[in-house]
Design a protein around this ligand. Structure first.
Ligand code: KIV
Length: 271
């Protein structure tokens, strides 16, 4: 039996054991109660309440505008549906970059006000003091390297990161620093598969990839992309499992037609 199935509640220890046993870790984002219920019920290992909510829920162009209060709102809804999986919440842009005191205060708000199990933070060396402070307060931290969308204006593009040796070298060092600082897992976003493989093999904590190839210990996708709710985003790394956009559009068109044709409601659909 898989470690997931024999575990009542997935914890950071469970996903560490999964890495050691070679059992792949499946993570998806969710931002609300109803979808979290489906995703948790289907048996996911980790739900990430990602700051991608800024894009897919609020319609912003980047992840920068979403606030700590808004992340807390999304996470509080998700946690009510998550009976089995580990729930990790993104610390949003502005909630941790200033200094480690502010970072800890933000992480404490997430834990206290949502009931989530861990936080995720983007960056390497620059955030190490904050990671240490949060971990030493007893809050599990997931790192995030490679394409880090909160720094989009620094890089100016969403293309593959760390293709050049200088950036790959920094990423290797940052990954080790995050592990030493106490991160329980690391997300690698949009980097060459060969580099992700090397980092995954050299770390003892689980590495979860998005656009980082098949050798990571686990994979994460944004729910709206893999379910085809969002039909405007088709990167090479994305496997779309459903086309909710088209299915929902057809359903809504049928409803409109039925109302206009006086076909809905019929005699059986009224009191
Ligand atoms: O916010 C998010 O959805 C993420 C994933 C892309 C890893 O950080």
């Amino acid at each position: 039996m898989s470690i997931n199935k024999e575990t009542k509640r997935i914890t950071t220890n469970t996903i560490q054991k999964m890495k050691e046993a070679g059992e792949k870790i499946a993570m998806l984002t969710a931002y609300d109660y109803s979808f979290a219920k489906i995703i948790d019920g289907a048996g996911i290992d980790i739900i990430l309440v990602g700051d991608s909510a800024s894009n897919v829920m609020a319609g912003h162009e980047t992840t920068l505008p979403i606030t700590l209060d808004q992340m807390i709102y999304h996470a509080s809804s998700v946690i009510k549906a998550a009976n089995h999986c580990l729930v990790v919440v993104d610390l949003p842009f502005g909630a941790y970059q200033s200094n480690s005191e502010i970072a800890l205060a933000s992480a404490i708000r997430i834990m206290k006000e949502t009931g989530a199990h861990a936080v995720k933070m983007e960056g390497g060396e620059e955030i190490i003091e904050s990671v240490k402070k949060i971990v030493s307060a007893g809050i599990p931290v997931m790192g995030h390297l490679g394409l880090v969308p909160q720094s989009i204006y620094k890089f100016g593009t969403y293309t593959v990161r760390a293709k050049e040796e200088t950036e790959a070298h920094k990423l290797r060092i940052d990954a080790k620093l995050l592990q030493e600082a106490g991160c329980f897992a690391l997300v690698l976003e949009k980097i060459p598969a060969s580099l992700a493989k090397e980092v995954t093999e050299n770390l003892h904590i689980p590495v979860i990839g998005i656009g980082a190839g098949q050798h990571c210990d686990g994979q994460v996708l944004v729910m709206h992309d893999m379910l085809g709710i969002n039909n405007e985003f088709h990167p090479k790394f994305l496997r779309q499992y459903l086309n909710i956009f088209d299915l929902a559009t057809d359903a809504v068109k049928n409803y409109i037609e039925d109302v206009k044709n006086k076909d809905f409601p019929n005699e059986n659909e009224q009191y």
